[in-house]
Write a protein that binds this ligand. Structure first.
Ligand code: ATP
Ligand code: MG
Length: 174
């Protein structure tokens, strides 16, 4: 049995965090792991309903998520989390809560790709001036240093990306 871990997917809105997290979580399920999924959108509907998108609130958003991941981890769950986590300080917070148990995965797609996908119509709303402080447009996204695991979703299929992640995170770590 694999050691319980937290897989923390981060990147721009529309980069593919939720899509890859869901697919990766399904595969972990098939592999016999008990998986706990945490997703930014879901948390913002409930637990983190009181938070907005200021620097301070974004930090609190990831801090609470990391603490929830920690709780699930101590109960033997494998956690798959997807949060924009836009700046290095947010990623540092996650690492400081979860330590050696977390794998940070940078889901990389260009802002043009994300804008073209515009899964939730958010980029269009930003364009119309209806959303302030949007990551990658009017709020910062800090590129991670390249020591971290990076998966590019530009011009690749979900299946290919999950295969690559599986190989790097599971197969080669056995
Ligand atoms: N290789 C790929 N990996 C992941 N998603 C891909 C890939 N190729 C195309 N896509 C598409 O890109 C979109 C990614 O949307 P998704 O909701 O997963 O983004 P997100 O990073 O979770 O955004 P948000 O931060 O707004 O929640 C989906 O429509 C997905 O089908
Ligand atoms: Mg998402």
């Amino acid at each position: 049995m694999e050691k319980a871990r937290v897989y923390w997917f981060f990147g721009l809105s529309g980069s593919g965090k939720s899509t890859l997290s869901d697919a990766f979580a399904l595969r972990l399920n098939d592999f016999g792991q008990h998986v706990f999924r945490l997703d930014g959108d879901e948390l913002r509907k409930g637990v983190n309903k009181d938070l907005g998108f200021s620097q301070e609130d974004r930090m609190e958003n990831v801090r609470r998520a990391a603490e929830m991941a920690q709780l699930a981890l101590t109960q033997g769950f494998t956690v798959v989390a997807s949060f924009i986590s836009p700046e290095e300080i947010h990623r540092e917070k996650v690492r400081s809560v979860l330590g050696e148990y977390v794998e940070m995965i940078f889901v990389d797609a260009s802002i043009d790709t994300c804008r073209t996908r515009d899964v939730k119509g958010l980029y269009q709303q930003v364009e119309k001036g209806n959303i302030k402080e949007f990551t990658g447009v009017s709020a910062p996204f800090e590129m991670p240093n390249m020591e971290e695991l990076r998966i590019s979703t530009d011009g690749t299929t979900v299946e290919h990306c999950v295969n690559v992640l599986w190989e790097k995170l599971i197969v080669s770590r056995k």
